[in-house]
Each structure stands twice: as C-alpha cells, then as structure tokens.
Design a protein around this ligand. Structure first.
Ligand code: APR
Length: 227
C-alpha cells in the first residue's frame, strides 16, 4: 500500500469568517464589541465572571447558527487522498462538523468547560455556563479556552505534527499570537508551505507560497494548481 502524504493545516479565525464568525483583529481590535483583554484573560474572569461567561455563552450559542463553509468542506474532502491533520486556533467546531478526523485545538473549545481548580477536569457543555455552575471539586466552571497569558498545553503535540508534515497549509491567521504563530517554523526544510489569507502578514519566499485569497477561494486554488 502506498503511504499517503501528510498534509497539515494550521487554521485561524479567517478559516471561519465565511461561515459568519467574526475574526479577532479585523474590526479595530475589537472582538464582538469587546477589547480582547476584557473577555479573554483570567484576570477579566476574576474581575467580572458574569460578563466573561455571558460573552462565551453568546459565542457557544452562535455555533448552532453557523455551518462549515466551502473551505472547511474542501479540507475534509482531502481525507480521501491524504493523511490530514488540523491544528486550529479556533474554538468553534466547524472542522469537526465538516468531517475531519484529526483536529487539535490549540486554544480550547467552546463546547467544553473546565474546573477552575483542576484543569484536567474538562466537561462537554452545550448550554450556557452561569455563575454558580460548579465542577466535581466544587469550583466555578469556566470556558475551556486558553486565555491570553495562559500556557498552551497542546503546543508540543502540535510541533510534532508539523514536524512530520510533507505539506503545511496555513489559513486565515494574522500570525500575531505566539506560540501558535511560530508553528510554521517547525516544518521540515523539505516541506512545502502555503499561506492562504486575503491580507497576508508575510510574503512568498523560498519555502512559502502565499495565496492572497479567502479560505474557500484559496482552498480551490490550492487543490486545482498546487496539490
Ligand atoms: N478567509 C481567510 N482569511 C481571512 C478571511 C477569509 N474570508 N477574512 C479574514 N481573514 C484573515 C485576516 O486577514 C487575518 O489575517 O484572518 C486573519 C484573522 O486574524 P486574527 O483575527 O488575528 O485571528 P487569529 O490569527 O486566529 O488570532 C489568533 O488570537 O484572540 C486570540 O486566541 C485567539 O486564536 C485567537 C488568536
């Protein structure tokens, strides 16, 4: 049997933009009318639990109103001919719903919550989280989201995945948030790297081909002309 090529996708907020989910940095640094620091840090959560829980409750509810877009579906279609791994900064579940099998969420998942005293206590959660909802150790539940200033526990696994790729495709990320933005650097020198983004933050170079297109346009172009 011929071994399938390993293609790894690194996706950011732009991947889900065509599904109707706002990116973080496209609208004056505000995310759904909030400064990121007011809703996406542990300090913000300690200061105003209701505001932060409400913010993520709204994001979780939105998941029921959106669908994977053509870009997600084209990635899922590649499972037939490639070994496909996805490493996403997104907390939505659109890659799962498009049908991909191997998805690593670097920054957590909206459909999970966790304990505030023991980060190993993670629960599936589809409804709202309210002040007073507790884990089995009686601590307040919080969104299962990696906030600014927090460690990214999946980073080592992500590095290994990128390191074993023959093709790396980066889609819809401003490459501003570390350590996620450094993942491309772990690709083998022989790997082909593509970066799909309508406002790319780097230019094409020896190893990187930049496609200044949206996620769905870029995926079409990639499949037709580069894979
Ligand atoms: N298709 C592809 N890319 C798009 C589209 C589209 N239709 N629309 C916008 N983009 C691009 C923008 O040009 C930008 O480069 O998506 C990128 C979004 O960048 P950010 O908003 O910074 O999102 P991201 O890079 O995923 O942010 C990283 O920051 O707030 C934190 O933890 C959060 O995971 C997030 C991290």
């Amino acid at each position: 049997m011929i071994k399938k090529k390993h293609i790894v996708f690194l996706t950011g907020a732009g991947m889900s933009a065509e599904s109707g989910i706002s990116t973080f940095r496209d609208s004056n640094g505000l995310w759904e009318n909030h400064a990121i620091e007011d809703v996406a840090t542990f300090e913000a959560f300690e200061r105003d639990k209701e505001l932060v829980l409400e913010f993520y409750n709204a994001r979780r509810k939105q998941l029921f109103e959106v669908e994977p877009n053509e870009g997600h579906n084209l990635i899922a279609g590649l499972e037939q001919d490639y070994q496909v791994s996805i490493i996403t900064q997104n907390v939505d579940d659109l890659h799962e719903r498009a049908g991909n099998k191997s998805i690593l969420h670097l920054h957590g998942e909206l459909r999970k919550v966790r304990s505030t005293v023991d980060e190993r206590l993670v629960y599936y959660w589809e409804k709202d989280v309210n002040v007073g909802d507790k884990c089995e150790k009686k601590s307040q539940l919080r969104p299962h989201i990696v906030w600014f200033g927090e460690a990214v526990p999946a980073m080592n696994e992500a590095i290994e995945i990128v390191n074993s790729a023959e093709i790396v495709v980066v889609i819809g990320t401003s490459l501003q948030v570390y350590p996620a933005a450094s993942l491309m650097d772990y690709a083998q020198p022989s790997a082909k790297i593509f970066y799909i983004d309508p406002k790319p933050s780097i230019s094409s170079s020896g190893t990187v081909t930049v496609l200044s297109l949206t996620a769905s346009e870029g995926m079409r172009e990639l499949i037709e002309n580069y894979l």
